[in-house]
Write a protein that binds this ligand. Structure first.
Ligand SMILES: NC(=O)c1ccc[n+]([C@@H]2O[C@H](COP(=O)([O-])OP(=O)(O)OC[C@H]3O[C@@H](n4cnc5c(N)ncnc54)[C@H](O)[C@@H]3O)[C@@H](O)[C@H]2O)c1
Ligand SMILES: [Zn+2]
Length: 383
């Protein structure tokens, strides 16, 4: 299956405009949520034809990824006469692009869909690579499909209305692309540590399309995530421990929003960076190249320290961990990862780095090694 699709650095939406001029879609539909209707639509309105049908979802964020919203959109498409020569435009964060990509990809077996991501996370990650879906019975992305958009317009100006925390969360996935690929275009952003308008923000925004390009290149190599040791699996860097932390937070019954996906992934990347550094040191001791390896390990630990500053774990998460006790906390996360492992019929798969830019998927880690990395991360977080 080919999930390749163009990603346009498109501040004025010329690429989208050109597509509509050339293809002359029978209908144009624009789907957004209540927030993006207010803060994002005005920036793109100049290229949206007057005849376009706007659909404003009656919810915001993760809540839109439901069968009810999918059904309402399918019905709406039917009512306005969407067909396979129409164009559906999704304007929103990752939740909107996931929902709309799925609804367009399944209506009449696939209507062309153009994604206009409006959060940093969606620009560098969610809108890239053709994974779409909705949630079901509390399980994320349980129903979905692989279907590539016909185009993605990246416009960094949308970030002006995002809050600091949202930018930091998006930065986690952005930095992931740098850590696994070492792409020189992203290197300039590695020292951004916030705040939203702080030094380095301009270069961060200038590198958004390059970051999306790193993901696209990996997807192109392994569209359906079939390789176990490399390929698309390296995009899960930080997600093994990160997802377990998300489950841990959800089981505390905190209100949605207390821990963002990006914050959990940043924490998970710190654990993976410490695990990587420890493994590099062990290999150095074994091979007698400890001086060279120690330098690499030190760099990996510095990246973890940087991430902790740029995307800090929320204080309520840290205080709950402290109250629980680090060992008990780490054991609870490990049990979650083991459970996930069983449901996939394999091992806990870690993505580790040999060095910045050199990632390997499918690595084994012992509980002892993992516990030591968790302790190292929490020591840095509490400083
Ligand atoms: N398909 C994939 O490959 C992939 C990859 C990563 C994440 N995701 C999905 O992405 C979703 C998270 O996406 P997200 O982080 O963009 O969050 P989101 O889509 O939930 O949006 C968060 C909030 O920001 C608001 N918002 C959007 N744009 C804004 C703007 N420009 N200014 C102000 N507010 C704005 C939204 O209305 C919403 O309330 C999750 O559902 C996740 O599963 C998918
Ligand atoms: Zn992620």
């Amino acid at each position: 299956m080919n999930l390749d699709h163009p990603i346009h650095e498109d501040p004025e939406f010329d690429a989208l405009d050109k597509y509509m001029t050339e293809k002359k879609p029978s209908q144009v539909v624009v789907v957004m949520d209540r927030t993006t209707e207010k803060c994002a639509l005005p920036l793109i309105a100049h290229v949206i034809p007057e005849s376009a049908h706007p659909f404003v979802l009656g919810d915001d964020g993760e809540g839109v990824k439901s069968i009810e919203h999918a059904h309402a959109l399918w019905q709406g498409f039917e009512e306005v006469g969407v067909d396979r020569s129409s164009l559906v435009i999704a304007l929103g964060g990752g939740a909107v692009t996931d929902l709309v990509g799925f609804v367009a990809g399944t209506f009449m077996r696939g209507v062309p869909c153009w994604l206009v991501p409006t959060t940093l996370l969606a620009m560098v990650d969610a809108a890239v690579g053709g994974k779409t879906g909705i949630n079901m019975a509390g399980a994320k992305n349980r129903v979905g499909a692989f279907c590539a958009p016909v185009g993605v317009s990246v416009c960094a100006n949308f970030t002006a209305t995002l809050d600091d925390r949202s930018i930091r969360s998006g930065y986690a996935e952005h930095q992931k692309h740098f850590l696994i690929s070492g792409a020189p275009a992203l290197e300039v952003t590695r020292r951004w540590a916030g705040p939203k308008d702080g030094p380095g923000m301009e270069s961060l925004l200038a590198s958004v399309a390059a970051s999306a390009g790193v993901k696209m290149a990996i997807v192109r190599e392994d569209p359906l995530e079939q390789k176990t040791r490399g390929g698309r699996a390296v995009l899960n860097f930080g997600h093994t421990a990160g997802h377990a932390l998300e489950s841990w937070a959800m089981s505390r019954d905190w209100a949605h929003g207390d821990l963002t996906h990006g914050e959990a992934v940043a924490w998970g990347m710190c654990v993976a960076l410490h695990l990587s550094a420890d493994a590099v040191e062990r290999a150095g001791n074994k091979a007698g190249t400890w001086d060279k390896n120690d330098l690499v390990a030190e760099e990996l630990r510095q990246e973890a320290a940087h991430l902790t500053k740029a995307v800090p774990c929320p204080a309520n998460v840290l205080s709950t961990i402290e109250a629980q006790g680090v060992k008990e906390f780490a054991a609870e996360l490990w049990a979650t990862m083991e459970h996930d492992k069983k449901s996939r019929g394999g091992k806990i798969r870690w993505v580790l780095l040999q060095k910045v830019g050199d990632a390997t998927a499918g690595c084994d880690v012992s509980f002892k090694e993992y516990l030591s990395a968790v302790q190292a991360v929490l020591t840095t977080e509490s400083r």
